[in-house]
Write a protein that binds this ligand. Structure first.
Ligand SMILES: O=c1ccn([C@H]2C[C@H](O)[C@@H](CO)O2)c(=O)[nH]1
Ligand SMILES: [Zn+2]
Length: 129
């Protein structure tokens, strides 16, 4: 699936966001190495800390359907005038499932594209022996 098709899916997913507190509806589409695509939106909670981002919900959706996953591309839509790459928590969770490209786009049409290593340098890993 093309980057533009992934953008369309991410923006569509944002329409399902539950964001009554921030009114900031985010959507995410992820392309797996398997070739399949999953989406997610942010889901807020009255207990603010329980809010889950669009990116992590997309990953949860993929794992619920496929079990083991490997991320190829992550595309995020935010309702902003400049592209907004994922928050730190999402970067660490994306890192858990591969080293995808991460694209962010917004309402101005502007977009950014980063490799995971740029977004999360020296990532935390459990290097047990
Ligand atoms: O990477 C991010 C950062 C924030 N949000 C959501 C969480 C919250 O509902 C709203 C404002 O922070 O945006 C995401 O979906 N992804
Ligand atoms: Zn996040």
């Amino acid at each position: 699936m093309s980057e533009n098709q992934l953008k369309e899916k991410a923006k569509n997913a944002s329409q399902n966001a539950y964001a009554p507190y921030s009114n900031f509806k985010v959507g995410c589409a992820i392309l797996l190495k398997s070739g399949n695509v999953y989406t997610g939106c942010n889901i807020e909670n009255a207990s603010f800390g329980l809010t889950v981002c669009a990116e992590r919900n997309a990953i949860a959706n993929a794992i619920a359907s496929e079990g083991k996953i490997e991320l190829d591309k992550v595309v995020v839509y935010t309702p902003t005038s400049t592209p907004t790459p994922p928050c730190g928590a999402c970067r660490q969770v994306i890192h858990e499932f591969g080293s995808p490209t991460v694209s962010s786009f917004c309402d101005s049409g502007e977009s950014t594209k980063h490799r995971m290593e740029e977004l999360l340098t020296n990532a935390f890993n459990l290097n047990k022996d």
